[in-house]
Design a protein around this ligand. Structure first.
Ligand SMILES: Cc1ncc(COP(=O)(O)O)c(C=O)c1O
Length: 376
């Protein structure tokens, strides 16, 4: 009987440095909108290569605020990827708009620019492009399309901190981008997110919108506009500062773990591995998602992995097929065939910066074994 261990899907890399920075904030008594937020924003903007960064309470909050800034409202359509986390579409729904799903490229799993072009109508107000699993989307093609049609482009880079497109960091190119810091992400603040922008005017507006619409000048109970409580607190910002200090090491370790999986899993015929980098696209490793061959029983594979203590997850279900999307917008199977096929076959396996080599070998062995038993 094979040995059993427990191997978690993800795990943040936190140590004494974050504890120290959090303790400093606690001792300072400035728990919200204190100086640590400013330091975190400045350091983050520099890492990404964008002139301005505004910290928010989550990636979802950041996407919502960029929809507000883009003027998304009732009657508008916002195009996004069906193969993403629900927030990529919900940000438009919050403002009363209709999410429109364009199909994805089967190799990169990112939005197909041709499908986006075909989905543009007179009502399209914005495109929310996603860098899925940390692989940069076709930014230049999407930007050209959006410019030609006078629509906003929002980069949902929640999974892509540190990724590079055409040699430059995602977030440095221009479209405003949103990053997320949930604990499974490349770096964490517990809950939290960051918007990067190249416009000072937009940055000031974002800081007002996240803070209940307060203006730069004016009192705490004066509100220049309708805003939200989407503030990140200083404790989260302190954790974020500690994470930024070791971000290079985190990203390098994640890339090493991914490369090891690449070798361990290369010869399994029932698996497609994440697509490789090329000159224009350099992935920042967020999760390790394999695609099972057609006909493999994914549920049985998951059950066999679970028996061996290996966590896995059905990353990602199609957004348009979520119950509330079907109910509200009438979407059905067949709308985005590529995304639907991929979504029924993809599986995230344990992945984080400090996943031990022998744990990876164990995961690979468990997966190989499950596939031998459950291939068609
Ligand atoms: C692609 C994508 N967009 C948006 C989000 C939302 O981020 P958060 O969970 O911080 O709201 C996530 C996080 O899971 C994500 O992966």
């Amino acid at each position: 009987m094979a040995s059993v261990r427990t191997i978690n899907l993800s795990s943040p890399w936190l140590d004494e440095r974050e504890e120290e920075l959090v303790a400093d904030v606690l001792r300072s008594g400035r728990l919200s909108l204190g100086p640590t937020i400013d330091r975190f924003e400045e350091a983050f903007a520099e890492v990404v290569g964008a002139p301005y960064a505004a910290a928010v309470s989550s990636g979802t909050a950041g996407l919502h605020l960029l929809c507000v800034v883009a003027g998304v409202g009732p009657g508008d359509e916002v195009i996004t990827s069906p193969y993403s986390f629900v927030a990529s579409a919900n940000c438009a729904v919050y403002e009363g708009a209709t999410p429109v799903f364009a199909d994805i490229d089967p190799k990169t799993l990112n939005l197909s620019p041709a499908a986006v072009e075909a989905a543009i109508t007179e009502r399209t107000r914005a495109v929310v492009a996603v860098d899925i699993y940390g692989y940069p989307c076709e930014l230049d093609e999407l930007r050209a399309l959006c410019e030609a049609h006078g629509i906003a482009l929002i980069d949902d880079a929640c999974e892509a901190l540190g990724a590079r497109y055409k040699g430059a960091t995602v977030g440095s190119h221009g479209p405003s981008a949103v990053f997320a810091f949930y604990p499974n992400k490349q770096m964490t603040t517990g809950e939290g997110g960051m918007i990067t922008t190249h416009s000072e005017r937009e940055w000031r507006l974002l800081r007002s919108l996240r803070n209940q619409g307060r203006a730069d000048s004016g009192g705490w109970l004066e509100h220049a506009r309708l805003g939200f409580n989407y503030r990140l607190d200083d404790i989260g910002a302190a954790i974020g500062l500690g994470q930024l200090e070791k971000l290079d090491a985190i990203l390098e370790a994640r890339a090493t773990v991914a490369a090891r999986y690449g070798k361990l899993l290369a010869d399994i015929p029932e698996l497609d591995l994440p697509c490789a980098d090329d000159t224009d696209h350099e992935r920042s490793w967020f999760v390790y998602v394999v695609t099972l061959a057609e006909g493999v029983d994914r549920e049985a594979v998951i059950a066999l992995l679970t028996e061996r203590g290996v966590q896995s997850a059905r990353y990602l279900p199609c957004i348009h097929l979520q119950a509330y999307m079907q109910e509200r917008f009438g979407y059905r199977v067949g709308l985005c065939p590529v995304a639907e096929s991929v979504a029924s076959r993809t599986l995230a396996i344990p992945f984080h910066a400090r996943l031990a080599e022998d744990d990876q070998a164990y995961v690979a062995d468990a997966l190989r074994d499950a596939l031998v038993r459950r291939a068609p």
